[in-house]
Design a protein around this ligand. Structure first.
Ligand SMILES: [Zn+2]
Length: 268
């Protein structure tokens, strides 16, 4: 098994129990066209308008209950034609990895162009105990690389690209119809507000913090209603979303980030 999938599938359920690093929103149809699926510790987000659904991220490789989850939100994934990836990590892009079952077989995929360096192995994803570890995810080559900020119009849905490098080199946020901000893994948000995502999982924490300052300025004059994160669930959009972005979130058994998050997100 590829190393980061081994970490994802076998190590995380053991080592992350009690660490309280996440509080994903349960699978469901929420409000204003937003719905989500929870896969263990992570959320996939959906936005539906006038019969068109756009997806954000794809979850883990071969998630066992995925058909049940789609049924819960009354979504036929074969009818999703546009999937935007925040980044290429195993828990966000695993659902369309070429080695597994593609959960969105008919979708066009959009991803920050720089994420390609992980697939070509030009860049490692992380260094742990002195070892450089590659991201093992490979997606089909016909994805649309997003080179810079801009706007995609999908039917009546407006998807604005907001590049936020740091967590990974090509990490990207999306602002959907000006109301829903999808932040992937640049932000962690708890009852005290938003922090820069955990250093443990972040490739370049300082760059991530700079990206968050830029993001804060870029969206300051918008009427955003919700922020949808990778691992902290959905929150109303208030100034507190950016309250602590000069500080990295920390987690741990003695230092829970989400005090009321699941004890073992892979079981609970
Ligand atoms: Zn993640």
């Amino acid at each position: 098994m590829k190393l980061l999938y081994f970490f994802d599938d076998k190590m995380k359920p053991k080592t992350m129990a009690g660490q309280r690093y996440c509080k994903p929103t349960e699978t469901g149809i929420l409000y204003d066209g937003i719905s989500c699926i929870r896969e263990y510790d992570v959320n996939l987000w959906f936005y539906t308008k006038n019969g068109v659904t756009v997806a954000f991220d794809t979850g883990h490789l071969n998630f066992k209950d995925i058909d049940e989850q789609f049924a819960k939100i009354h979504l036929d994934p074969t009818k999703v034609h546009h999937v935007f990836l925040t980044h290429l990590d195993t828990d966000h892009a695993g659902g369309i990895d070429i080695i597994g079952r593609n959960i969105f077989p008919n979708a066009r995929v959009y991803m920050g162009a720089k994420e390609k360096v992980y697939m070509t192995k030009e860049m490692h994803r992380t260094v742990k105990y002195g070892f450089k570890i590659n991201n093992c995810v490979q997606i089909k080559e016909d994805y649309i690389p997003i080179e810079s900020a801009g706007i995609f119009q999908i039917g009546d849905i407006r998807v604005e690209v907001l590049p936020t490098p740091g967590h990974t080199v090509g990490h990207t946020c999306y602002l959907v119809d000006d109301i829903m901000l999808v932040t992937g893994d640049c932000l962690a948000i708890n009852e005290n507000g938003g922090y820069a995502f955990f250093d443990f999982f972040t490739q370049d924490p300082e760059t991530n913090k700079k990206s968050l300052q830029k993001l804060k300025n870029e969206v300051s004059d918008r009427n955003i209603k919700y922020v949808c994160t990778g691992h902290s669930g959905i929150h109303p959009f208030t100034p507190s979303v950016f309250a602590h972005i000069d500080e990295s979130a920390v987690f741990g058994k003695n230092n829970p980030f989400h005090k009321d998050g699941p004890y073992n997100p892979f079981k609970d």
